[in-house]
Write a protein that binds this ligand. Structure first.
Ligand SMILES: *Cc1c(COP(=O)(O)O)cnc(C)c1O
Length: 431
């Protein structure tokens, strides 16, 4: 459920609104392309997920750490932090964002395949609640860094449960051949090694098998294995306080019945899989919280016909603003902001202005009549949209707007061309 819906505009014609604000008003004030997020949807998605888990497991201590990389805008993190969300972070920059947004260190998890010594030291000094270790070499480096700081950080071992899942090969992380985590036998050895170190405090094990998972079966298979790992570690005489089950639950990008499981079903599955176990739980949802809380607005630059009755719709947004279609062949619903009268739909290739064929948002997409100058919305664009944007083709970084009720605020402004140029210098020898 989201808070983007058709309502009458000033002329009485139906058009897309976000909560109490016309998207057309935002486009007029800020220009396009622009991302627009709904506070009510962000709050709702976080609350539904947390409440479902808490209702299914009333006695458990839960940490819901929002995966910051999905949408790392400070105002978005702040919106969730105010509801008690933690943060799952993958770089020093993300830890700094989480802190700046008001997430307390004891709710920050530091994950990632390649953390540098400097980042590990920063996480230790910050006092994050869990550093997820992904390799033996990292465990060894972390012990050295911790010793130098005279600290004993809480760590979890990230396990690769060897379960395939995830919407696309590039976002599947749980198979043995992927670069993430260690095997079960490795995890057992590394956990014992960490427990023997005076500089490390192993508190748990973690997994994250992929993203955009729309089926509970692979998640459950992974969680069953994580449970048996915890039991094995405990049988080895080791203390395991927390199980971090990662993120990955998918969202409905299509109108069609790809329907991912509801949080309540997910929560029931977790409760059943872990029944009878005394352990705290952590979750790291990203996409589930933000994807359907955001749209990207673009303006139609022009249309031009192509052979075989196809036509190109060229918009002023491009792959640098929304990379997912080029990178993952991801599907986003696309629609004119004005609802129109349901006139005849025609096949369009929706493309951006960047000089690469990959700069294509959709092929043969059936759309109602669109004219140059019309506003077009890309739906479900709140996750891995703005956070993956760049200035490729020297296009100014796409701005972001947050709506709350009938207010809106620019939460990342578009840089000027002068600012973009001023970050670069030409060495004297070229003067
Ligand atoms: C990316 C990531 C997540 C979030 O994944 P979503 O599919 O957005 O829920 C959670 N945990 C880790 C370790 C990640 O890398």
């Amino acid at each position: 459920m989201d808070h983007f819906e058709d309502r009458p505009g000033p002329t009485g014609e139906a058009e897309l609104w976000c909560e109490g604000v016309r998207l057309a008003d935002i486009a007029a004030a800020v220009g396009t392309p622009v991302y627009v997020y709904s506070t009510a949807t962000l709050e709702r998605h976080y609350t539904v997920f947390r409440d479902a888990l808490q209702a299914a497991m009333p006695a458990r201590r839960l940490l819901v750490a929002y995966a910051v990389k999905a949408n790392s805008n400070l105002a978005v993190i702040r919106t969730l932090a105010r509801l008690g969300a933690g943060a799952d972070t993958v770089s020093e920059g993300e830890i700094r964002r989480a802190l700046a947004a008001g997430v307390p260190p004891e709710r920050i998890v530091f994950s990632g395949v390649g953390k540098t010594d400097a980042e590990l030291a920063f996480a230790i000094r910050t006092g994050v609640c869990e550093i997820n270790v992904e390799a033996e070499a990292e465990l060894d480096r972390l012990a050295v860094v911790a010793e130098a700081l005279g600290a004993r950080p809480a760590i979890a071992i990230r396990v690769n449960p060897d379960v395939g899942a995830g919407g696309h090969a590039k976002i599947s992380t749980g198979k043995a051949e992927s670069k993430f985590g260690v095997s079960f036998s490795e995890a057992r050895r590394l956990y014992a090694k960490a427990a023997a170190s005076p500089w490390l405090r192993p508190v748990g094990v973690a997994c994250h098998i992929g993203s955009q998972i729309t089926d509970l079966a692979p998640l459950q298979a992974a969680f069953v294995r994580m449970r048996s790992l915890v039991e094995q570690l405990r049988a080895d005489g080791l203390t395991v306080e927390r199980l971090d089950l990662g993120g990955g639950l998918g969202v409905p990008y299509f109108d069609a019945p790809e329907a991912p499981p509801l949080p309540a079903l997910y929560a029931a599955m977790v409760a059943e899989t872990l029944a009878g176990m005394d352990i705290d739980l952590a979750f790291e949802p990203g996409r589930l919280i933000v994807a359907n809380a955001g749209v990207m607005l673009a303006t139609a630059i022009h249309l031009h016909p192509r052979a075989e009755g196809r036509r190109f719709l060229v918009v002023d947004a491009a792959m640098n603003d929304l990379l997912r279609p080029s990178l993952y062949e991801a599907y986003h619903r696309i629609r004119p902001v004005r609802a129109g009268d349901g006139g005849p739909e025609e096949a369009h290739d929706v493309v951006g202005p960047v000089c690469e064929t990959g700069d294509t948002f959709a092929r043969d997409r059936m759309l109602p009549p669109v004219e140059a100058g019309d506003l077009v919305a890309f739906l479900s664009a709140g996750a891995y949209g703005a956070s993956m944007s760049s200035e490729y083709n020297s296009r100014p970084l796409v701005p972001e707007v947050l709506v709350s009720g009938d207010r809106f605020s620019v939460i990342r402004r578009r840089p000027t061309h002068e600012e973009m140029l001023s970050r670069e210098t030409v060495p004297d020898w070229l003067a």
